[in-house]
Design a protein around this ligand. Structure first.
Ligand code: KG4
Ligand code: ZN
Length: 379
């Protein structure tokens, strides 16, 4: 079957065409994305109304390009899937109304998809755990998914496809949000994740070099930078990142008061490294703690922050050292950021579970589907 995916929950306009063969193998025929990062960067974050205006401008060209690349006609499409929520309501409204119109005009069934369900299902685009991801096998249930995105930080236990139990979540900021806020504190621009991880990596390399020549502290003039690991010892699987962000804010204020601008600038890679490591430590600790309770067959990463190389690597090491019988799955970095392919894949798994009557009724979903900024993930 051929599935059209549409994603407009934040600052990416995405339209994808996915082919699913009888053996349930996915072939991504096209995955067009129009990013608005440059537009929002000057505001230090996504401005919802500007995002909506851009989505409106871009969605038809993106659809046209996606159909062209996939070399298909609207009549070839069997199902339309669209992100229903959560996200920015002006942005979501563009995608959902567009999908509803296409469904009505083309007389195709329509399914609304939860954005995080999409991020989780990005892992199933290629449902094989490569040897570099520990076990050479398929994703197996029960699985534990660490969802790390700009709006969510959750540990989700899945006993089967589409069966979710949130076993832990952030009590305040999401981890991606913390990366973005820390980048703003350090004047590094938006989005914060990629630039912070790049700076952290610079520090890591400097550190290795200077350790070899035993000059390590001369670079930082003896600065000791340490950040807290919030909720590390709390007896649950929840997270908190707002205090960590505030700790960075105070440390930066203190350093700026005591150092010249140049001296402070030299410390930015170290601050990024220490902040990133504090995030990774709590994320991994809570994942391992919950894995010990729920004994998952697979641990999975999902969401925009799952692009973080250190997180990917350190979680892999931790599983290898502590949970020898557990597989590890990470999404291809092509699909960690927002995209419409993950929405189409999640849509396939929803469709597969539906009765024939429900599938027929999905032709009428354009009447009722509504963008929902606060949508909760449901079974
Ligand atoms: O999953 P996503 O699109 O957000 C939501 O669906 O809410 O992820 C966006 C987030 C941003 O906060 C961005 O800074 C972060 O993912 N991010 C990263 C990296 N790449 C993107 N965070 C850490 N390291 C990265 N390499
Ligand atoms: Zn996302």
């Amino acid at each position: 079957m051929i599935i059209l995916g549409i994603e407009t929950s934040c600052d990416d306009t995405g339209v994808s065409v996915l082919k699913v063969d009888n053996a349930e193998k996915f072939k991504v025929l096209s995955g067009e994305i129009s990013s608005q990062i440059k537009l929002h960067a000057k505001w230090g974050g996504v401005v919802p109304n500007l995002a909506a205006r851009e989505h409106s401008k871009n969605i038809i060209p993106v659809l046209k390009k996606s159909l062209q690349t996939a070399n298909i006609e609207p009549r070839d499409i069997d199902l339309i899937t669209v992100t229903e929520g959560p996200g920015l309501i002006p942005a979501l409204l563009v995608g959902t109304n567009f999908a509803k119109t296409l469904s009505y005009l083309w007389q195709k069934p329509l399914l609304g998809i939860h954005h995080i369900e999409g991020h989780i299902y990005a892992n199933f685009i290629e449902n094989k755990i490569s040897p570099s991801q520990i076990l050479s096998s398929k994703i197996k249930f029960p699985l534990l998914c660490l969802v790390v995105s700009g709006g969510h930080t959750q540990l989700i236990l899945m006993t089967d496809h589409l069966q979710y139990e949130i076993v832990g979540e952030t009590q305040d900021d999401a981890v991606g949000e913390a990366f973005d806020k820390v980048a703003r504190i350090l004047d590094l621009g938006y989005p914060g994740g990629p630039i912070i991880s790049q700076k952290a990596n610079e520090w890591n390399q400097q550190k290795e070099k200077t350790t070899l020549t035993t000059e390590r502290h001369s670079l930082v003039k003896g600065q000791d930078i340490n950040f807290p690991r919030p909720m590390l010892n709390s007896p649950n699987f929840n997270f908190s990142f707002s205090g960590l962000k505030t700790a960075v804010l105070y440390e930066v204020k203190n350093l700026k008061e005591n150092l010249s601008t140049n001296e402070f600038k030299k410390l930015i890679p170290q601050i990024c490294y220490e902040f990133q490591q504090a995030c990774i430590d709590v994320l991994i600790h809570k994942t391992m703690l919950s894995a010990k309770k729920y004994n998952p067959k697979t641990i999975m990463l999902a969401g925009g922050v799952s692009a973080n190389k250190e997180l990917r690597q350190q979680l892999k090491e931790s599983i290898k050292n502590n949970l020898q019988n557990t597989g590890y799955k990470i999404p291809d970095t092509k699909y960690t950021a927002d995209n419409a392919t993950m929405i189409a894949v999640a849509g396939y798994f929803r469709w597969r579970k539906m009765t024939n009557l429900k599938k027929k009724n999905a032709l009428q979903n354009w009447r009722t589907l509504q963008a929902n900024a606060g949508l909760k993930i449901t079974n």
